[in-house]
Design a binder for this molecule. Sequence first.
Ligand SMILES: Nc1ncnc2c1ncn2[C@@H]1O[C@H](COP(=O)(O)OP(=O)(O)OP(=O)(O)O)[C@@H](O)[C@H]1O
Ligand SMILES: [Mg+2]
Length: 306
Amino acid sequence: MTQNVVLETINLTKRYAGTRGHPGRLALNRLSLTVQRGEIFGYLGPNGAGKTTTIRLMLDLIRPTEGSVRIFGLDAHRDAVSIKRMVGNLPSEVRLWDHLTGLQVLRYLCRLRPGCDFRYALELAERLNLNLNVSVRNYSTGNKRKLGIIQALMHKPQLLIFDEPTMGLDPLVSHTFNQLIREVRDEGRTVFLSSHVLSEVEQVCDRVAVLRDGTLQAVERISDLKNVLYRWVTLVTRAPLEPREFMALPGVNDAQRIDKGIRICVTGSLDPVIKLAARYPIDDLSVEQPTLEDFFMTFYGQTTHD
Ligand SMILES: Nc1ncnc2c1ncn2[C@@H]1O[C@H](COP(=O)(O)OP(=O)(O)OP(=O)(O)O)[C@@H](O)[C@H]1O
Ligand SMILES: [Mg+2]
């Protein structure tokens, strides 16, 4: 293992116990992943894919059926105490002391954590627009999540593990969250976050892994994906364009006649399509890039059954 590997799962498998003769559910199936120092790693999957299970295994809250997790080269279970100091985490459901105010919760947790700078905690609350003088009981779901984010970040841990951090946050706050974790990355620290919304993580993640039914489907670098993405070119024209003519061009994967023109799917350069289109009277032209969601559906969607 190189020094730059911060988080590693090796054949990580979790089967939850069954009841009355039922074999139980295989929630995670031989997951092997590595996360490098200084990256923001997105962990994507639909509901029930096994994201929370993976994170709970990483945090040693549950024990694997098979396989193991290594964090900073240490074993997640055997060395749990040493690891705890270096990791900040946000669970999928934030449970904090209801009767305390946000300020009291942060002050208490800050005292427990070596390296915690309370001024940074206050700065985070201000940036996330969270009023700390309210008891946790009276916080909305989004505000509880904000408090959870602050407590994960405030002692500046080397690794942050977030389970669906932006779920329930409004777009402005999500944007601030993205900025905060970019700052974490720029300091050479590492972020692992789960989400079920690809469009959310594509803005901030360096790499993404896609999980379905407990099985890893793909691990991709976002910048690589953007280079191989196809685009849809729509030409609005009264001329009777022939799909077959476009299909013969390099990079064209598909061409369909539509109501007032033609729609062409292109990978790579648009030049051949534009040159051919220029021979005809074109009223309008639009180019759409698929979201990464569409991309993953195209390449991995058929292999699954959700
Ligand atoms: N404690 C448990 N006992 C039995 N089965 C469980 C338990 N926790 C989770 N599961 C099952 O394991 C599978 C994976 O669940 P998990 O919570 O890890 O998914 P997830 O990807 O986090 O989903 P979501 O997006 O809804 O949060 C699901 O089928 C779930 O029903
Ligand atoms: Mg979950």
